[in-house]
Design a protein around this ligand. Structure first.
Ligand code: ZN
Length: 348
């Protein structure tokens, strides 16, 4: 595989489901197909998005998370030790919203490989670099109640071991990047330093492919928009965790930048990491012009060597209208190309 260009373009992970596969513009859509048709439908949707990512000029592609309804529960469905009937009311992301969540009632165990067949399929249909996303252990623990382990760090470590087994299998199937999604890292900053990063490193242990962590301010849903309104004129949450993350063994950090109040100078705290700069806002349907993508990447180059910068989205694009998401991919690819032209086509 050829080396990556400067400012390689990639996405945080998810993309909208086509209307024929699932309800549209929802975070928790219902599938519109069942049985064997559903399985073929998911594959067709993944193919569609692979093609659109490649056409948009992205360098590292994903399956758009077409095989799962939600980024956390798509994994948990395949883990034993969880009682889905025993719902516990829990305020998640530090009580940003209250949800009835399933409860861990026994020792956690992966019943069988979760995403293996999906990765085998996507890997066989693209020659581009392939990224796969998994929920991070701390974010899982913030989405499920515990009636077995007695402490969140202990439960997080149990999930980390399961995630690690899964990640190693996916790497063996030819995945180039394993990314763990940890939006909870922006909320529980003390716990991140106490045990969150340790659990993340356990999940990534022994992987030779690139490892990434995605830390955002969430999808553009009402509860998140309200929360962001309380964060003041500068969002400095990253400042508390980046020094510890920089010391970790994770290779890449994916962060939110476009349309947010994150001071990009905070990436100076990640001198040893690749930085996936969120150049596409997921909270708006207006499509960024490529110049706006290039502008935020240019700002990033003031604080980090350009060879460590990737062009990315702020978060997943799943809840957006499909054509908006497709147009944003095109803008992302075009903005990255613009940067390459300005910096000469050196490879990273
Ligand atoms: Zn996100």
């Amino acid at each position: 595989m050829s080396s990556l260009p400067l400012f390689p373009a990639t996405l945080a992970g998810s993309l909208p489901k086509p209307f024929w596969l699932a309800e549209t513009e929802k975070l928790w859509p219902q599938w519109r197909l069942t049985g064997a048709q559903l399985e073929v439908g998911k594959q067709d949707a993944a193919l569609l998005w692979l093609k659109r990512q490649e056409d948009a000029g992205l360098d590292i592609v994903t399956d758009g998370e077409q095989f799962r309804i939600h980024f956390v529960h798509g994994f948990l469905e395949h883990v034993a030790g969880i009682d889905w009937q025993k719902k516990t009311q829990m305020g998640i992301r530090n009580n940003r919203y209250t949800v009835d969540v399933p409860t861990v009632t026994g020792a956690l165990e992966r019943k069988k490989p979760v995403h293996g067949d999906e990765v085998r399929f996507t890997r066989s249909h693209t020659r581009w670099r392939l990224k796969v996303t998994l929920p991070g252990p701390m974010t899982i623990c913030d989405t499920i109640a515990d009636a077995h382990y007695g402490s969140r760090p202990a439960m997080a470590m149990a999930f980390a071991e399961i995630l690690n087994a899964e990640a190693r299998e996916l790497e063996a199937l030819g995945v180039d990047v394993v990314q763990f999604d940890e939006p909870a890292f922006n909320v529980f900053m003390d716990e991140v330093k106490d045990w969150g990063i340790a659990a993340l490193e356990r999940a990534a242990q022994g992987l030779a492919c690139k490892t990434a962590v995605h830390i955002c301010y969430g999808y553009g849903i009402e509860a998140n928009i309200r929360w962001k309104g309380t964060l003041g004129s500068e969002w400095r949450q990253y400042e508390e965790i980046f020094p510890a993350l920089n010391r970790s063994r994770i290779d890449q950090v994916s962060l939110e930048a476009q349309g947010s109040k994150v001071p990009l100078s905070l990436i100076r705290l990640l001198p040893d990491k690749d930085i996936l700069v969120g150049a596409i806002d997921v909270a708006t349907n207006s499509v960024e012009p490529p110049e706006a993508v290039a502008a935020i990447l240019t700002e990033a180059t003031k604080h980090a060597d350009s060879r460590r910068i990737q062009a990315c989205t702020n978060c997943g694009l799943a809840p957006l209208p499909r054509e908006v998401a497709a147009a944003k991919l095109v803008a992302l690819g075009a903005g990255a190309r613009m940067m390459r032209e300005r910096h000469g086509h050196r490879s990273a």
